[in-house]
Design a protein around this ligand. Structure first.
Ligand SMILES: *Cc1c(COP(=O)(O)O)cnc(C)c1O
Length: 466
């Protein structure tokens, strides 16, 4: 044990004084600088104890360690990344991106007091729902609407308020896990809803539903859109219209969880809220940040008396939407009133509908920019299969264009890791020993970031290989 070396570890104060003599360190906020110094000293103590270091290094290299820790201390953890995966609704990368105008609305409302629950003209308290309800009913044709924190919350609220303590009749083929080990049956069990499973995994008939309905025991018919998987082949399930007719004949509501909620986006296999309501669904719910392209939210639309029951349920308060999401939701829904504008100004919709030729042209532009920045890279424009993501239309690949990146001396994994560790991180996709940068999800104004990241890859080759 090099106790002499341990005793030579400088005190925090001493290192602080030295750091304060260096301009870039002294300008850092004191809390971060102190934390960085403590981390550097703790690391030094550990290295001396484990024998990784025999002696206390010179002050300059201690300050270099402090500088490294300071960068981590001062960086925000939650920060933008460049999505080069081509997956538009990438759950791990934050699903929908808000457009500039919508984000600006959020910033404006966030930085001021607002009429969140107040009508300035009447001088009275009003519901925060007033800001979005009429937009939601206009866009879907429903009679009333309610926005909550997210779609899982919307479904929990609907089922608890309408069906709590009773049975929800649902097809075995629809009891899905929505990702992150989150299973809809388990969420519903929290609301005291008993699921009455009918049919089989691949086939459920109207008669299966009818046979399971019992007066006083059944609370609703439930239809869940199996977002992230598809049954193909020998399958059957009743349509919304058939289920609605049965539900209405037996005096029960039909509740539909539509998942991604494609509004004004003709996406095969993705049910539109307006269609489900027109077909007779009594209540539908869907996410705000999937195909709607807005903020995280759960949207409930349907018959007025059902929505009124949801509104006064205690869970509605626990699951309520926050004001920033509400600001983003209102602005997004306003864009949806004009479908052309929606496709232009809502990034999710814009990215999903970019023309093939435009994607190819963007890939060529990206290839040229990368080639200029990093001549050693081997670059090819290739056709790839992307995905909508977010559980939307999983059976339809989204053909796209990408720049495939390889390097004579660096593996694709190494290139990928280097880009992910850059600032901002660039997340691409590895495929057959190549790193693919799919242009569908790359904003044209991010070209310079990618060129910078490519140039940094060049510098790597001077260091460690493969
Ligand atoms: C995505 C999804 C949910 C959950 O929505 P969140 O907004 O993530 O809470 C629930 N049901 C279905 C069918 C889904 O696709």
């Amino acid at each position: 044990m090099p106790s002499a070396a341990l005793r030579a570890i400088p005190k925090v104060d001493l290192l602080l004084r030295r750091a304060e003599a260096v301009p870039d360190l002294s300008s850092a906020p004191r809390v971060h600088l102190l934390a960085a110094i403590r981390r550097a000293l703790a690391e030094l103590r550990r290295d001396l104890l484990t024998g990784r270091l025999a002696d206390v290094p010179a002050p300059e290299s201690l300050l270099a360690a402090v500088r490294g820790h300071l960068a981590e201390e001062t960086a925000h953890r939650l920060r933008p990344v460049v999505n080069a995966t081509g997956v538009v609704l990438h759950t791990n990368l934050g699903r929908s991106v808000l457009g500039q105008a919508v984000a600006a609305r959020v910033a404006e409302v966030a930085a001021a007091y607002s009429n969140l629950e107040y009508d300035p003209q009447a001088g009275e308290r009003v519901s925060r729902q007033a800001h979005v309800e009429s937009l939601l009913t206009r866009l879907t044709g429903g009679a009333a609407a309610l926005a909550v924190n997210n779609n899982a919350a919307a479904l929990l609220l609907a089922m608890t308020a309408v069906c709590g303590g009773l049975e929800a009749v649902v097809s075995r083929g629809e009891l899905v896990e929505i990702g992150d080990s989150f299973r809809l049956p388990e969420i519903l069990a929290q609301g005291g809803v008993v699921l009455r499973e009918v049919g089989t995994t691949n086939k459920t008939t109207l008669a299966d539903y009818a046979g399971a309905i019992a007066p006083g025991r059944s609370g609703c018919l439930l239809k869940i859109h199996p977002s992230n998987f598809r049954l193909i082949g020998y399958t059957h399930k009743p349509t919304v219209a058939e289920l609605a007719a049965l539900a209405s004949a037996r005096g029960l509501p039909l509740i539909c969880d539509l998942g991604s909620g494609a509004v004004g986006l003709d996406m095969p296999g993705e049910p539109e809220p307006a269609e489900a309501l027109a077909a007779g669904a009594d209540l539908v719910c869907f996410s705000g940040d999937k195909l709607l392209g807005g903020p995280q939210a759960g949207l409930l639309v349907g018959r007025a008396e059902l929505v009124a029951r949801l509104r006064v349920h205690p869970l509605a308060r626990a699951l309520r939407i926050d004001k920033l999401c509400l600001a983003a939701l209102e602005a997004t829904l306003r864009l949806h009133l004009d479908p052309d504008r929606a496709r232009r100004d809502i990034p999710t919709l814009a990215m999903l509908t970019i023309e093939d030729g435009e994607l190819r042209a963007r890939a060529e532009t990206l290839r040229t920019a990368l080639a200029d920045a990093a001549p050693a890279l081997q670059l090819a424009v290739v056709e790839v299969e992307g995905q909508a993501g977010g559980g939307a239309a999983p059976e339809y690949p989204l053909p796209s264009w990408a720049v495939a990146v390889t390097h004579p001396r660096l593996s694709a994994e190494r290139l990928d890791a280097a880009l992910r560790r850059g600032e901002p991180p660039v997340v691409g996709r590895l495929h057959r020993e190549r790193l693919l940068l799919d242009v569908r999800t790359i904003r044209p104004d991010q070209l310079a970031i990618l060129a910078g990241a490519a140039a940094a890859l060049e510098d790597l080759t001077g260091q460690e290989l493969i």
